[in-house]
Design a protein around this ligand. Structure first.
Ligand code: TXA
Ligand code: MG
Length: 341
């Protein structure tokens, strides 16, 4: 059975206020929201996701002034970035305010804050009391949902309500920038690009700030059910040949799908006479690639392939986030229970 879903923001906000769990749309992906001040509601989010307790949740706000409730200091760089990119796909890591309730940030001295660029999300947050703690509305390690139907398929009736705001515009999660050290560090690429950030606050530091524990930083995450191989366009044909040869050597029929940008990517494809079950050509435009990335991976899963070979775009603009997600999805994932084919 699936959770009820609809477009009733007031109803969703009432559920959050009385300690329930609501999935809601943002411009990036759907979130699994709870009142960050109610420990039992936050507990339910962790239980539904199957996420370890020491990975904190992002606090979503509807106005920049709310950040002072959660962060001990709002640095000059934070002020600059918030005024340039909020509401929008940018999450900031700041030192946590002493008075901030612990529920959502167990074992963390920092807090992640973001103002989503989605009218329904902003109205929900305002009506729920000014802040909603939420991770992406998927089970730990799986693909983030970009539609209400994706949430229902993944979480079923574990949530109290799914607020349906249509398909997400950006399609990949927010960019996360740590402002905890001397220099800003891009911890996760996303909807706001490295170039946009650097134009405002100078060069991003390289290595993730020490002590960060984020699932997106684990070697495999954002993964479809099928095994995923991420390749550059020039290596696609060789990867298909090698995959088919390996299947045949192991005595099983190849059942693979391709995620490519355009017909050039598959021109001259050689695969030992064994064609892919499905080919999805997304776009040359990285914004469109990002928007439809998870949707396409889900549809390849639904087509029953056991392996997806995906061509990566250039890691420029939001293409950096697409490359990041495809590489994470192709990482070893023995720690994601039940996800190995
Ligand atoms: O676009 C997004 O950011 C979506 C939508 C729903 O807002 N949210 C999202 O949340 O992607 P989540 O929890 O799936 O990914 C946020 C990442 C996690 O890897 C989490 O561990 C990390 O940010 N994170 C949150 N708070 C943190 C903190 N204080 N320090 C380090 N990492 C943190
Ligand atoms: Mg997530």
């Amino acid at each position: 059975m699936a959770a009820p879903f609809g477009t009733d923001v007031a109803h969703a906000a009432a559920i959050l206020r009385r300690g329930g769990v609501v999935a809601f749309p943002t411009e990036t992906v759907y979130g699994l929201g709870a009142d960050p001040r109610q420990a039992s509601a936050v507990d339910r989010v962790y239980a539904i996701k199957g996420r370890p307790r020491n990975h904190p949740l992002i606090v979503h706000v509807h106005e920049a002034a709310e950040v002072a409730q959660w962060a001990a200091v709002v640095t000059p760089a934070a002020t600059l970035l918030m005024s340039a990119f909020w509401p929008g796909p940018l999450t900031l890591l700041l030192p946590k305010a002493d008075a901030a309730p612990d529920a959502a940030f167990i074992e963390s001295s920092s807090v992640a804050v973001r103002m989503p660029n989605h009218a329904m999300a902003l109205a929900l947050i305002a009506q729920a009391g000014g802040a909603v703690a939420a991770p992406s509305a998927n089970r730990f390690g799986a693909l983030s949902p970009t539609s209400a139907a994706d949430v229902a398929a993944d979480l079923g009736d574990d949530v109290d309500y799914i607020l349906d705001g249509g398909r997400c515009e950006v399609g990949v999660e927010s960019t996360i920038v740590s402002l905890l050290g001397d220099q800003p560090v891009m911890v996760r690429p996303g909807g706001i690009t490295r170039a946009q950030l650097e134009a405002l606050v100078g060069q991003m530091g390289g290595a993730p700030a020490t002590g960060l524990r984020a699932p997106g930083l684990l070697p495999s995450h954002y993964a479809p059910r099928a095994r995923l191989l991420a390749v550059w366009s020039r290596d696609l044909s060789a990867a298909c040949e090698a995959h088919v040869a390996q299947c045949l050597a192991e005595g099983r029929a190849p059942r693979y799908g391709l995620l490519v940008r355009n017909s050039d990517d598959v021109a001259g494809l050689r695969a030992n006479g064994s064609s892919p079950l499905q080919i999805i050509a997304l776009s040359d435009d990285v914004a469109l690639l990002a928007r439809h990335l998870y949707e396409a991976l889900r549809s390849l899963d639904d087509a029953g392939v056991d392996t997806i070979i995906a061509v990566m775009p250039d890691a420029v603009g939001v293409g950096e986030a697409v490359v990041d997600r495809l590489q994470k999805a192709s990482g070893p994932r023995d720690f994601v229970k039940g996800k190995m084919p």
